[in-house]
Write a protein that binds this ligand. Structure first.
Ligand SMILES: O=C(O)CCC(=O)C(=O)O
Ligand SMILES: [Fe+2]
Length: 195
């Protein structure tokens, strides 16, 4: 499970660097900060990361997928690149989640909601490591993958469905934009998934 550079890779996970340049990064961060982010809520519990989602949106309080505000135009150039990277048509990326992790904010172990299929994320601001784990009998198999600033990743197949992922509490602010396709079999397949 290592590529030529010795980085851990997982089946279904692809990453690339430099998907946006420094000027675009600054402009995107400014747009994100104006986008009305609110603390993420899950069944009454409020997380420290701030989010806003567009397009098809999973409502964690109601536990169902709903049609939300359309993906704004300022995200369209990023969505085009995400689609090329993920070998998708642009309009298959029907959902966008924008997240801001201030120092101390994290995301716990989860698999993304089964209502969605392919997950493509872009990192802005501080770099981090995405941690992965999967249960093997009474222990977890674990690895970590760097998410450099201005880089992109795509998750399908094994890494998407069999592995959980998380990000530890940040020391510096990180922003991310996550695009997702809808899955064919819709929601509710795996009650253990959190998102
Ligand atoms: O911030 C990220 O890049 C990943 C976030 C994530 O795993 C999620 O929102 O499901
Ligand atoms: Fe996730």
């Amino acid at each position: 499970m290592a590529d030529l550079f010795g980085l851990p890779i997982l089946p279904g996970l692809t990453t690339a660097e430099g998907i946006v340049d420094a000027d675009e990064e600054r402009a995107l961060i400014a747009r994100i900060d104006e986008a009305g982010l609110t603390p993420f809520r899950f069944q009454g519990w409020e997380g420290r990361r701030l989010t806003v989602s567009f397009g098809f949106t999973y409502d964690f309080t109601r536990g169902r997928l709903e049609r939300g505000e359309p993906i704004p135009e300022w995200l369209h150039p990023l969505r085009s690149r995400a689609a090329v990277f993920g070998r998708l048509a642009e309009d298959e990326l029907v959902h966008a989640l924008v997240t801001r992790y201030d120092p101390g904010a994290s995301i716990g172990w989860h698999r993304d909601r089964p209502a969605f299929e392919q997950v493509i994320g872009i990192s802005l601001g501080a770099s981090t490591t995405m941690r992965f784990r999967r249960r093997r009998g009474d222990r977890f198999e674990r690895t970590g993958v760097p998410l450099p600033s201005r880089g992109i990743y795509s998750m399908i197949g094994e890494v998407r469905h069999e592995w959980e992922h998380s990000i530890a509490a940040m020391d510096e602010t990180r922003w991310s934009v996550t695009f997702r396709t809808l899955s064919e079999n819709g929601e509710g397949r795996s009650p253990r998934s959190m998102q």
